[in-house]
Design a protein around this ligand. Structure first.
Ligand code: ZN
Ligand code: ZN
Length: 366
């Protein structure tokens, strides 16, 4: 009886252990960082839906031309030219006229002007169309008592808050941080570093379109206002020693944003794009001091390949590696914890005490 049972037991094919079953997944994980593909999936879905829907009737060509005007139009180029001069006249850090970081960021600028603009246009048109179709009630009717300029100012401020929030998520959620890391890797911070971003990170900033959709019937941001907004964000990255005096308490200055890029500091502070008020409201503002003005920028330990490494710069291969980096597997110790890259302590923020502050937990879980 025992031998029969024994034979029967032996005849049942051996079930793979849980470890064996997960081996293919582990093999994939050892080669790529899977959560990064969720951003690819969202971007691909948005582009496909927008394409199939003919971009909701909005002309793709004119929308792209409008965005290109904002990103790299003649006015934007003239403004950037002025900022480049300001960097030489009043530099925060003395450096060569054309440092390695400048050349690399120029590559990112060309990349943005050519290939990224169509991608952002596609994502934005598709996102707006889906939002308007699935939740038409979010679009407020025309409010006669609110002047048009008041609605536009509201969109401007609310858009800046959404950008601040998405930026916070970029620091607190690990898979977003892997895309945002590239922006923080710049050791020669300069005005063109505003373009040093991974193209797929724009998916996380789509929420900034929501205020414009809600107030669509009351007023729209003009190209001029968007150029001004972009100009403030670009200037914040310039290697210029400027704090804007009392205005620097409200508007993000180069000295304020440099602290966000500080090599040995907590980088989840000073997240504001144009206004400092969100950081002040949530206890994440650190105002410039004489020590922070000339501080070094970048990521400690260079977790991401940078053009400053090596005897000779290999701009194109470094550029390709920087774009692929978010998909590479985490190192043995995992990626640096998002947000607190430098590890320096900061005073507790009200965000730390709020029950809805779930982002750090999410980040650690990724
Ligand atoms: Zn950041
Ligand atoms: Zn920045």
């Amino acid at each position: 009886m025992l031998s029969v049972l024994d034979t029967r037991v032996r005849s049942v094919p051996a079930q793979p252990s849980a470890r064996q079953r997960h081996r293919p997944l582990a093999a994939v994980r050892s080669r790529v960082y899977l959560p990064a593909f969720s951003i690819v999936a969202i971007a691909a879905a948005l582009v496909a839906i927008g394409w199939a829907d003919h971009w909701g009737g909005s002309g793709f060509g004119p929308s792209m031309t409008g965005l290109r005007l904002v990103v790299i139009g003649p006015t934007t180029l003239a403004i950037i030219g002025v900022f480049l001069v300001a960097e030489r006249v009043r530099p925060a850090q003395r450096r060569a006229l054309v440092a390695r970081g400048h050349r690399q960021d120029l590559l990112f600028t060309v990349f943005n002007a050519t290939l990224v603009v169509p991608l952002i246009t596609a994502l934005s048109l598709s996102f707006s169309e889906i939002a308007q179709r699935s939740a038409p009630w979010v679009i407020l009717p025309r409010i006669g008592t609110v002047p048009r300029w008041g609605a536009i100012a509201l969109v401007f401020v609310a858009m800046d808050f959404c950008n601040w929030f998405a930026h916070l998520a970029n620091h607190r959620v690990r898979f977003l941080w892997r895309f945002h890391e590239l922006h923080h890797s710049q050791e020669d911070l300069n005005v063109l570093s505003v373009f040093r971003t991974h193209p797929l990170i724009h998916v996380s900033y789509l929420i900034a379109l929501v205020p414009g959709i809600v107030l669509l019937a009351n007023g729209e941001l003009t190209t001029t206002l968007l150029v001004i907004y972009g100009g403030i964000v670009a200037f914040a990255h310039s290697n210029t020693n400027l704090g804007f005096g009392p205005l620097g308490r409200i508007v993000v200055s180069p000295n304020f944003h440099r602290i966000h890029h500080k090599l040995d500091g907590p980088q989840d502070v000073n997240l504001g794009f144009a206004l400092t008020i969100w950081d002040q409201l949530f206890g994440l503002a650190m105002f410039p001091t004489p020590e922070t003005i000339r501080t070094d920028t970048g990521l400690p330990g260079r977790p991401l390949i940078v053009e400053q490494a090596g005897e000779r710069p290999h701009h194109l291969s470094v550029f390709a590696a920087q774009l692929v980096a978010p998909f590479r597997p985490l190192g043995p110790g995992g990626a640096p914890r998002p947000g607190t890259v430098g590890g320096s302590a900061r005073s507790p923020s009200p965000l730390d005490r709020r029950p809805w502050r779930r982002l750090p937990a999410l980040g650690r879980g990724q």
